[in-house]
Design a protein around this ligand. Structure first.
Ligand SMILES: Cc1ncc(COP(=O)(O)O)c(C=O)c1O
Length: 381
């Protein structure tokens, strides 16, 4: 069969393969979620109440930290954690050159300057080898990202940071449940910021975020910041913000949390199938990771024929995304930093070549097979 006919056969053979079906998790546990929503509606308490308190305790227990504070979203979790660490104007914060822009935006929102280090081409995560050269007397915090769900080399990063008296904030927004040995993402440095945006491995049905840490002073500071800097009604110790977690989101997250490990193992099975079946078909596949260290939020391959491969997959009804097409330092919003193209060659190459295939706990074996056949077809063109 010619590649073209094969594409036609695929297109007509079944429905499109969505990049991620966010509603599938909701459908799987619909009755549990219904009970949780009914409980909140009946309670008459909708923001920062018993569901939020219970979720904070349950998420801290899952992650393995002494404290957790729920906030409105992942960007606020990062920003408020940085502010609670004392980051402000005149400070520098080290970030990966390749990440979702929110990692950088949090530094900017805290009034500080993001200083990028290039990433490791094998993992797309912050390369500890590049860290030391980026440290200056103004550096306050290092923010490694567990990008795509794969743990950064956090112990090496923390060791370097400690030598220089710096704190480390994990951006764990893509790594719910990842673990190394018995330790979970979010408990591996001084503090961690979480997003529970609906598409995350643990996702709400709206915006939500959290900060976890063993440092209870830091957690209390974020607790103050998230609610107008107010320890008691109409008393404002610091100039805070409104970034409260609502009861509906907390109740949804509590209901989904017991399913997280199982959903992550289904993601792993999809990733293992891709790694096995797509070998030698023209894509540069993500490096395998030791058990548990990658929760496969995103399956990001690389190819220098990205546009052509995407076109073939799209014609076969397969949705792909690019994480991320432009690195933060080349975004117009960061032109003011004056970091020219060519400064972060690995991050820039990944942005040119990254191609993410559908992955998620609810992708069927047929969907995965369709992706494999379409990638094979794309390789023959
Ligand atoms: C790595 C990373 N950091 C931060 C965020 C920000 O989270 P949110 O969208 O909840 O603000 C996200 C997700 O969107 C992310 O992927």
């Amino acid at each position: 069969m010619t590649a073209l006919r094969e594409h036609a056969a695929l297109t007509s053979a079944g429905p499109r393969v969505a990049f991620l079906d966010v509603g599938a998790a909701t459908r799987e546990i619909r009755s549990e979620l219904g009970e949780a929503l009914a409980r909140v509606m009946a309670s008459g308490w909708y923001v920062l109440g018993p569901e939020v308190e219970a979720f904070e305790a349950e998420w801290a227990a899952f992650v393995g930290t002494r404290g957790c504070v729920g906030v409105g979203n992942g960007l606020d979790a990062l920003t408020l954690a940085l502010r609670a660490m004392g980051v402000g104007p005149g400070d520098e914060v080290i970030v990966p050159g390749h990440t979702f822009v929110a990692t950088w935006l949090a530094v900017t929102a805290a009034g500080a300057r993001p200083v990028p280090v290039d990433v490791d081409p094998a993992t797309a995560n912050m390369d500890p080898q590049n860290l030391e050269a980026a440290i200056t007397p103004r550096t306050k915090v290092v923010v490694p990202v567990h990008l795509y769900g794969r743990l950064a080399r956090i112990d090496d990063i923390v060791a370097i940071a400690r030598r220089h008296g710096l704190r480390v904030l994990e951006d764990a927004a893509q790594a719910h449940g990842a673990r190394i040995g018995g330790r979970r993402a979010g408990s591996l440095a001084d503090a961690a910021a979480w997003s529970f945006y609906p598409a995350k491995n643990l996702g709400a049905i709206g915006d939500a975020g959290a900060v976890t840490s063993d440092d209870t002073e830091l957690v209390d500071r974020v607790r103050l910041l998230r609610n107008y800097g107010s320890p008691r009604r109409y008393e404002h110790e610091i100039a805070g913000v409104n970034s409260r977690l609502d009861e509906i989101q907390a109740a949804v997250l509590r209901t989904k949390l017991p399913h997280l490990d199982e959903w992550n193992s289904r993601r792993l099975r999809v990733a293992q199938t891709y790694l096995r079946e797509l070998a030698g078909l023209g894509l540069e596949l993500p490096a395998p990771a030791p058990a548990g260290e990658h929760v496969w939020h995103v399956f990001a391959a690389r190819t220098d024929r990205r546009d052509a491969v995407r076109r073939v997959l799209a014609a076969a009804g397969i949705e792909t995304l690019i994480h991320y097409p432009t690195p933060p330092h080349l975004q117009p919003g960061y032109a003011g930093l004056g970091i020219p193209a060519g400064t972060l060659p690995v991050s820039e190459a990944i942005s040119r070549e990254a191609l993410s295939l559908p992955i998620g706990p609810h992708l069927t074996a047929e969907d995965v097979a369709r992706v494999v056949v379409a990638v094979a077809a794309a390789g023959t063109r």
